[in-house]
Every structure is written in C-alpha cells, then in structure tokens.
Design a protein around this ligand. Structure first.
Ligand SMILES: *Cc1c(COP(=O)(O)O)cnc(C)c1O
Length: 438
C-alpha cells in the first residue's frame, strides 16, 4: 500500500501552485533551504550549545550552529544570537522567562489591535497566565496609541514592553517605545516576526539601536525554515552583560530540549540568502506590490485600515459594507482560489470569530515572481468576490457559532461565479513557480 500521506502532500502542492496566497505570514523557501530541512541533520541530538553539548558526536553540528549564529549576528549587526527556539511563540516565552519572574508585568499590543497572542493576551495564553499583563491599543487613526501606552506604563511599571505586531499596516517607531521603556525602567523587546525581511533590506527601520532584545520567526518575510531566532543588542548587553546567557538558559534547560539541527542549518542558508542584493530587491518588490495592491483595492471602492500600508500587509475593512463580513469574504475568496484570513478591524463591531476584516499581504506572491500589474489583477478578483459575497449574503451574523456561516459556505461552494473566478485564478497562478529569485 502506498501511504496516502504522500498523495495528500502532492494535493497540497497543487493547491499552493494553483492558488494565490495572500496570508502575510506565509512564504515559500528556496530549494536550498528545502533540501537542508530533509537532510540527515534531522537525526542528531545536540542538547546544549556549541562546544557545550550533553551528547557526543556534535563536532559538525557545532560548526553548523556557529555558522547560523554568526551569519545572523552579521546580518543584523548584533552581538548575541540564539537560533534554537522551536518557533516564535516559545521564543517569546523564553524571552519573558529570561527577563521576568512569574507574576511580574508584561505590556504588549492587544490581539484585537494587531498584537500577537503571546504578547500578553489574558487567560488563554501562557503570556497572560504566568504574568500580569497590561495591553495597549490603537488611537483613532488606527495607529499605536503612544499616549495610552505611556500612561499605562507609568501606572503599571511593566518589567517588559513588547513592540511587535502581527496585523498592523504601519511602520513601528522603536525610538518612541524606547523613550517610554526608559522612563519606567522596562526591558524593551521587539518582535519583528512579520517584518524581518523588510528590516534586513532597509525597507523598515531597524529596532537594533533602540531595543534590548529582538525576536523573529524565521519563516515569514525572512523566508527560511519554520523556527525563530532571538537577538540581544549591544544596548541589552550593556544593561546586563549576562543577558545572552540568560536567554540561552531560558531556551534550554528552561523551555526546550534538543535543537532542531536541520532548522538551524536552514536558518544559516536563509541568512546567507538574505544577505544577497537579490534579497534586497525582493523586499523592495514586497513593498511595491503592497502599495500597488492597496491602491488598486481602494480604487475599486474597498476600504483599508489606515488608507493603505507602510509595510507588507493590509487590512481590508468591510465594516462599512456590512459588519462581520470578513469570515464570509475569506471563505468566498478561498473558493475563488485566493486564500487569506479573516481578521478583526480596529474597534471590531462584531466578534473575533466573525470579524469585519480581511488580512492580506504580499511576501508570498512576491516570492513567486508576481509584480505590480499582477497585483492589479488580484485586486480585481478580490473586489469581484466581495461583491458576490455581498449579494449572496445571508442575514446579519449575530453571534459566535452562528449557523449562517455554515449556510453561506454551502452556498459559496456551489456558486458558479466564484468557481469561474477560480478557473481564471488557477490558470494565472500556474504560470508562477513557487519560488524564484526573479
Ligand atoms: C507569527 C508570530 C509569532 C509566533 O510565531 P509561531 O512560529 O507561529 O509560534 C509571534 N509573534 C509575532 C509578531 C508573529 O507574527
């Protein structure tokens, strides 16, 4: 019997090739990163750090991890790097455990304002259960409300402030965060997971001069394997010369066991790729594509939070058309061959489960080689889907677990016009390889 898992993987690859991926946290990796991930490195246990391992046989693994660490240090110009976190969420956990005692106060951007769950979302996350959390939000322009942030910081005296976002279309002003952190004596952590590739290429200001610690996932705009890296800046080391060691200890033995060596090598390869001129061109194209897509969507009458984007992502705000439309449009887009995710908009009028927005971004389509004219075509399809969704729409979504979405889904699956768009999208998408440097 052939294991059906292989057929499923082939099906998934076809899906990725024939669809347009607009989820801003996703990307495709180079064939080189890919080959490293399925290499023999997967079989080696290496608990500990280079030349300080609990297992024998790590002479070569040590060199691989050293290469990864040194390349990331050079790329970001930072003195201390740990490439072992299994992913972004445990990496944030390790940073908090290195900088805080349980019960101390963490400040981060609220999930509903574009922050990440691990930035102190109360109750359901470790970050909200093991620490006291205070969440800041957005001002009337949908930008981070620094007045509120300063007020809350003075009131609650947080030990750690996180500057980082996962659904926020504006540039982050790390210097402003620094001012507030300094005033209250807090550690400042930048979580740049979404924007790392832009930072590397100079398309977003770097947090390095302003913050103490930086966390980034390695699989988003950085275009590497699924994983994460933690950097300590010179500023952070000046404040505590043992900060790097504390981070290392928080990863292992604090939180994790053996590092994923294939991932470590993949990070090394991705860091080399990110140091090439071609990567800078890639990051610039992400921005051009994002600006073009934003303009084209708005020209078609769709509203964007902040009227555009300063990075790689946009939030389409459908609340003026109909509150709660996000879940339905996201589903209809998927039927039409374009996948994204539903998202809350600032001051979400319905609920996180039936939100009024769609989050889209250009890192993945840019990796496939799509350019500005392709963004205009994508905007046309999105607008058509929104219109079809609106006309096919079932009554107001009232509450979570509403039966209406299920009915809507059944209807969308059979919709001839959505299927016709999917035909066009598939023919279009098949022309683009999953990964190209061009
Ligand atoms: C994606 C992301 C994370 C979490 O990364 P995972 O690898 O999914 O655990 C953390 N912070 C931010 C800002 C992110 O965008």
């Amino acid at each position: 019997m052939v294991d059906p898992i292989f057929d499923l993987i082939t099906q998934e690859e076809t899906r990725q090739r024939e669809m347009i991926g607009l989820i801003p946290s996703e990307n495709h990796i180079s064939p080189e990163v890919s080959s490293v991930l399925s290499s023999c490195l997967n079989s080696k246990y290496s608990e500990g750090y280079s030349r300080r391992r609990y297992y024998e046989g790590n002479q070569i693994i040590d060199q691989i991890e050293d290469l990864a660490v040194n390349r990331v240090k050079k790329l970001f110009d930072v003195p201390y790097v740990n490439v072992q976190p299994y992913s972004g969420s445990p990496a944030n956990g390790a940073i908090y455990f290195a900088l805080m005692q349980p019960g101390e106060t963490l400040m981060g951007l609220a999930l509903s304002s574009g922050g990440h769950l691990t930035h102190g979302h109360p109750n359901v996350t470790f970050s909200g259960r093991y620490f006291k959390t205070v969440q800041y939000g957005l001002d009337s322009q949908a930008r981070i409300d620094f007045d509120q942030l300063a007020r809350l910081a003075r009131e609650h005296k947080p030990k750690v402030i996180v500057a980082g976002t996962t659904a926020y279309p504006f540039v982050l002003d790390f210097a402003k965060f620094r001012q507030i952190a300094d005033e209250v004596g807090a550690w400042l952590v930048a979580d740049i997971s979404h924007i790392t590739g832009l930072v590397v290429a100079g398309e977003h200001p770097s947090p390095v001069p302003h913050v103490d610690v930086i966390m980034s996932t390695t699989h988003k705009t950085f275009r590497g394997p699924r994983g994460a890296m933690i950097m300590v800046t010179q500023r952070g080391l000046d404040r505590d010369k043992d900060l790097g060691k504390k981070i290392d200890a928080a990863i292992i033995p604090g939180l994790q066991g053996g590092p994923h060596n294939a991932t470590t090598a993949g990070i090394a390869v991705a860091a080399e790729e990110a140091s090439r001129p071609a990567f800078i061109k890639y990051a610039k194209q992400i921005r051009t594509n994002a600006d073009t897509l934003a303009e084209a969507l708005q020209a078609k009458g769709l509203m964007l939070v902040g009227s555009g984007t300063e990075n790689h992502l946009m939030l389409i705000d459908l609340s003026a058309i109909s509150p709660g439309l996000g879940a339905q449009v996201a589903y209809a887009m998927d039927v039409a061959g374009i996948y994204a995710n539903r998202n809350t908009v600032p001051n979400e009028p319905v609920s996180p489960f039936y939100p009024s927005g769609i989050r889209i971004g250009t890192p993945l389509v840019t990796t496939r080689g799509m350019k500005a004219k392709d963004m205009k075509q994508i905007a046309t399809w999105i607008q058509q889907v929104v219109e079809l969704t609106q006309s096919a729409r079932l009554p107001e979504v009232q509450a979570e677990r509403s039966p209406f979405l299920k009915e809507f889904r059944a209807k969308a699956d059979k919709d001839k016009k959505l299927r016709a768009i999917r035909q066009e999208v598939s023919a279009f998408a098949r022309e683009f390889p999953l990964f190209t440097w061009k």
